[in-house]
Design a protein around this ligand. Sequence first.
Ligand code: MN
Length: 259
Amino acid sequence: MRILITNDDGIFAPGLWTLVRELKNIAQVVVVAPDREQSAIGTAVTLRQPLRVQRVRPLVPEVETYSVEGTPADSVILALGKLVTNKVDLVISGINQGSNLGDDVLISGTVGAAWQGYLRGLPALAISVAVTDSLYLDNGARLTALLAKRIESISLPTNIFLNINIPNLPLAKIKGVKITQLASESHTDTVEEGFDGKREYYWLMRQKVNTDADRKTDIWAIEQGNISITPLHTNPVNKPLPSVLNSLCSNLLQELLKT
Ligand code: MN
């Protein structure tokens, strides 16, 4: 199995390398990721300037690693279109430091990168941990490895594109795994004004809203201490079947506790 790993936190982010370290045990891993942090860049693609790529020394030995002067989505397009000549079986973006819940998925570079894999007919996972100072990245990496093994072993009748959020808790405190829907609102946007000594400036600020989220949503699942797995799709025909999701996700936490 060959796995392409990318992210939006930049090529040297700890979440990406925690994932690489774990997945290298079960697959051949290639890393193609932006050379700097690109959080909240969404699905942006660079069409009006050339892209430069550098082969860089990996933080985990013997992993083919490329740094891209471009967006997360650019990185996946370049990887699948040019850099990785062998067949890729799975695209994984993450582990992002910070949750991507509800309408976050529309601006998330983590999700934007995974989406390019999905568009090319590959199973794609976007993985996020629900804090920015991530203490429990290992849980996310081990969960992803379990899912990757399951994706390899069951034949998928539809494309799978999953947005996965993991609470920042020790494994023993995680309550369960929920297959969820996107919450309809997650943030309010406000504008702060300031003056830099020469000119006025504006900061766009996002604040999480506490929705009384219903029990089907990703926000509810995370707030209750669950791992949230949300199937995303762009076309009703490609909507993953509930039976596929159930076989991918059944007893995941139990199996994770055994690893
Ligand atoms: Mn990020």
